[in-house]
Design a protein around this ligand. Structure first.
Ligand SMILES: NC(=O)c1ccc[n+]([C@@H]2O[C@H](COP(=O)([O-])OP(=O)(O)OC[C@H]3O[C@@H](n4cnc5c(N)ncnc54)[C@H](O)[C@@H]3O)[C@@H](O)[C@H]2O)c1
Length: 437
């Protein structure tokens, strides 16, 4: 059992804190956002993530999980300090390390005993080395800390499961002592099989960027294949299914859609590209994945305009799904933002519904109408756009929809609607890369 302090209680910090306490460690989740900490201390979970509330409650009640806005004392109490603050996109695509730098300075001022300083935030290759330098410049006894890069691979929407049963845990460090301490934290994971890889700091940092960029590339690739399928009369689902049966390719991340979003892929690709540029190396594949993704988001808006014969003026359109993917309330970089902006710019009126992300989207668009359910949001509309693959959109009652709508246009950017039914009920529809019925 280790005493751990996680700094930054967002999607990653909160799940990591809950997960590490579930492994039997004593964890403080610390954040400068005292409102968030206040909520957590009164049992309210600030993000939606399946299974998270249960493990937070259990470990909080068993005094293994604590929440604090006193960062300095939380650092002093820990043997392992985990940095989990945001690393948003900064100038020229580079990761903005402002929050990481601020935390590193606070840590170096509060090193009251030996600590493992571990970065879970996604940081550009070389950041670990800089962090070690900054701390060393601020302290006298160089043996007071060891540094570890422990990138996180959880996916929003299945974050708890991904953290508790990870495919791999990367521990990048040049210290055997720190490696053993980190292994202790993750001990329950390797009772049956050992998912831990022991690497250098730079290798660990690179593994994170290489993995995210590869997945993003795969999405952009299948999106472009889908677009070509549309032009040539092929069906992308059959293509992707058959491709996925090849073990070298795998069927994961081969779903065409409106273009990837979220807080990671877009900024991580830009950051990798920026690092490669700074090192005078061209990474054309990464650049292509970024361009293809931007094009895909535009292509969806073009599809909508085509369905409406180039005129969205005064048309009311219901956007179903605001989150960048299902099972999360995160809307960062969601393709639905581009879609809503486009409709408004073209004189259209937006009705919006998401099972849990309405209030997040309200922070960006406060002048559109939000609804509590699908059927209220589609009343008297001219069209519907499916933007997120929520399960409840997979089994819509088209008879009811037809009755409620004024128009008959549906754009399914997630390919989750049954085309036979759409045709049967007389909808004019489009999707991504499918042969229409
Ligand atoms: N969200 C994901 O799916 C995911 C997955 C893997 C890795 N990551 C990476 O993990 C990191 C965190 O991402 P996130 O989505 O959890 O971010 P987030 O924005 O949800 O949370 C960051 C938290 O850090 C807090 N914070 C900022 N400065 C602070 C400081 N000085 N002291 C204490 N707290 C501070 C903020 O108040 C916020 O609560 C990023 O580097 C991201 O790229 C994210």
């Amino acid at each position: 059992m280790k005493n751990i302090t996680i700094i930054g209680t967002g999607y990653v910090g909160l799940v990591t804190g809950a997960g590490m306490s579930e492994f039997g460690n004593k964890v403080i989740c610390a954040d400068i956002d005292s409102r968030k900490i206040g909520k957590l201390n009164s049992g309210l979970i600030p993000i939606y993530e399946p299974g998270l509330e249960e493990i937070i409650k259990k470990n909080f009640e068993n005094s293994r999980l604590f929440f604090s806005s006193d960062i300095e004392s939380s650092i002093k109490k820990a043997e392992v300090v985990v940095i989990a603050v945001g690393t948003p996109q900064g100038e020229n695509g580079m990761a903005d390390l402002r929050f990481v730098d601020s935390v590193v300075n606070t840590i170096s001022r509060n090193l009251n005993s030996y600590k493992v300083i571990c970065t879970k935030s996604t940081v550009p290759i070389g950041t670990g080395k800089d962090i070690i330098k900054i701390i060393n410049n601020n302290i006298h006894d160089k043996k007071m800390f060891d540094y570890v890069s422990n990138p996180e691979f959880l996916r929003e929407g299945s974050a708890v499961k991904d953290f508790l049963w990870p495919d791999r845990v990367i521990i990048g460090t040049d210290s055997d002592k720190a490696y053993k301490i980190m292994c202790d934290i993750y001990r329950p994971l390797y009772i049956n099989k050992n998912p831990i890889a022991y690497t250098s700091v730079e290798t660990a940092e690179m593994i994170k960027y290489a993995s995210n960029s590869f997945l993003a590339l795969k999405i952009s690739y299948i999106n472009e294949i889908a677009n070509l399928c549309e032009l040539l009369g092929a069906d992308v689902h059959d293509v992707a299914n058959a491709m996925g049966k090849d073990g070298r390719i795998s069927d994961k991340f081969l779903h065409p859609g409106p273009g990837f979003g979220g807080s990671c892929f877009p900024k991580d690709l830009e950051a990798l590209l920026a690092v490669s540029k700074n090192n005078e190396l061209k990474m054309e594949t990464v650049k292509a994945a970024i361009i293809a993704n931007k094009n895909q988001k535009k292509r969806m808006t073009r599809k909508l305009l085509d369905l409406f014969n180039n005129n969205l003026n005064k048309c009311t359109i219901s956007i179903l799904g605001l989150a960048f993917k299902a099972n999360t309330n995160d809307i960062r970089e969601s393709a639905s933002i581009d879609m809503i902006n486009f409709i408004i710019e073209h004189g259209g009126i937006v009705n919006a519904y998401d099972p849990i992300a309405n209030s997040e989207m309200y922070k960006i668009f406060d002048a559109i109408e939000y609804y509590d359910n699908v059927y209220d949001s589609i009343k008297d509309t001219d069209g519907i756009v499916i933007m997120t693959e929520w399960n409840e959109f997979r089994s819509l009652d088209f008879k009811r929809i037809k009755k409620y709508m004024r128009g008959n246009i549906i754009l399914d950017t997630r390919n989750i609607l049954n085309m036979d039914e759409l045709s049967e009920f007389g909808f004019t529809y489009d999707n991504v890369g499918r042969i229409k019925k």
